[in-house]
Each structure stands twice: as structure tokens, then as C-alpha cells.
Design a protein. Structure first.
Length: 202
């Protein structure tokens, strides 16, 4: 089943009963990035900056002083309703003097987040395989050529007396084809060690 995230950060603003609501949404690769994004878009003069994020099965949300479950949960529901993953949304509110009530807050926060996400450009999340390729020095040129061909990204390189180890990441759908091609190009002398499953693959 395909998974989608945002192609780029986006924002959407609405005025509801004199309160200003500003939603900021961004793709979020790691939970550790969430606080940095909150610091980046949260306004010091705002009344509340409520937020939610989801990455796979993990999620968090905050009402930031609004009544419980009236802000963070509706924002999370907007992310789920949009069918998005690896996304964070922060909805900042400047109070305009008119209380909205619990139901009004749910609609305001959830609706602002949902409209922001509806307008955003989305991209498919491509599952990545992550691991090490080991080969002799004499095959390094062939290996590099195949990495480029299969859209692999080199993350690290280590040398030893036995040859070279390359830490790479590539679309999982290309892994088997690349390993077959590498086996032919190196006469079976390259080895693959997955960092996803900690399982060797020759």
C-alpha cells in the first residue's frame, strides 16, 4: 500500500470568530525534528501553538493550554484523514476575544489543519533499503557505476586490508536487481549486509 507525505512545508490561515488560526505543516523524517519545527514556526505573541505529528505507528500531540482533546487530537485526526504519514502540523492561535467552546475549538483546529493539508502538494514515500556493500579494490569502479545506475546514495565509506565497505541507501524495490547485477560485475565477490534486518546477503 502506498504511503504519502508532503512534498514541501506549507501553511494556511483562517479567521474564526475574531481568533486568528495559522497552520504550518511540514514533512517530518524523525520525531527528533519536531521540537525544532515547533520552535521555528511557533509565535511568541500567540495564545496557543497546538500540534500533532505522525510517523508510521508513532504519533504525539499537544493542546498547549487549550481544553483537553480540543486541539492536538483534531490536528492528528486531520493528518490521518488526509492519508498522510511522516508529517507534523502546528496550528497557532491568536485569541480574538470570543470563546469558541469545546466543539468550536475542535472544528477550528481540525478544520484549519485539514485545509492546510488539502492544499499541500504530496509525494509518495519510497521505502528504502539500508546496508553495507563489501568488495575488493579492483571492483570499486564497477560498484560505484551500479550504485549510480540504481539510484543508491552513498552514506559512508571504509577501507580495510580486504577491500572497501560502502554504506548505502536505495529504493527497496531496486535492491534485488542491484545485488544480482553487482554479483555479475564482481564475479560474486561483493557482499551485502543489511542494516535493516542485520542479515547477510551474498
Amino acid at each position: 500500500m502506498s504511503r504519502f507525505t508532503l512534498a514541501a512545508p506549507c501553511q494556511w490561515e483562517a479567521e474564526i470568530k475574531k481568533s486568528r488560526f495559522l497552520a504550518h505543516a511540514t514533512p517530518l523524517a524523525e520525531a527528533e525534528q519536531s521540537q525544532a519545527f515547533l520552535q521555528q514556526v511557533g509565535a511568541r505573541d500567540a495564545t496557543h501553538s497546538c500540534w500533532a505529528w505522525r510517523i508510521g505507528q508513532n504519533y504525539r500531540f499537544s493542546d498547549d493550554g487549550e481544553p483537553a482533546s480540543t486541539a492536538g487530537k483534531p490536528i492528528l485526526a486531520a493528518i490521518e484523514g488526509a492519508g498522510l504519514d511522516a508529517v507534523m502540523v502546528v496550528v497557532t492561535r491568536w485569541f480574538g476575544g470570543i470563546k469558541l467552546g469545546a466543539g468550536g475549538l475542535v472544528r477550528a483546529y481540525g478544520g484549519t489543519a485539514a485545509e492546510c493539508l488539502r492544499r499541500a502538494e504530496r509525494i509518495e514515500i519510497i521505502a528504502q533499503a539500508h546496508g553495507w556493500i563489501q568488495c575488493g579494490f579492483e571492483h570499486l569502479g564497477s560498484v560505484h557505476a551500479q550504485l549510480d545506475h540504481f539510484g543508491a546514495r552513498k552514506l559512508n565509506e571504509a577501507y580495510s586490508a580486504d577491500g572497501v565497505q560502502l554504506e548505502i541507501e536505495l529504493p527497496r524495490q531496486h535492491l534485488e536487481a542491484m545485488l544480482t547485477t553487482l554479483g555479475d560485475a564482481t564475479r560474486g565477490q561483493s557482499r551485502w549486509r543489511s542494516l535493516d534486518e542485520a542479515a547477510p546477503h551474498g
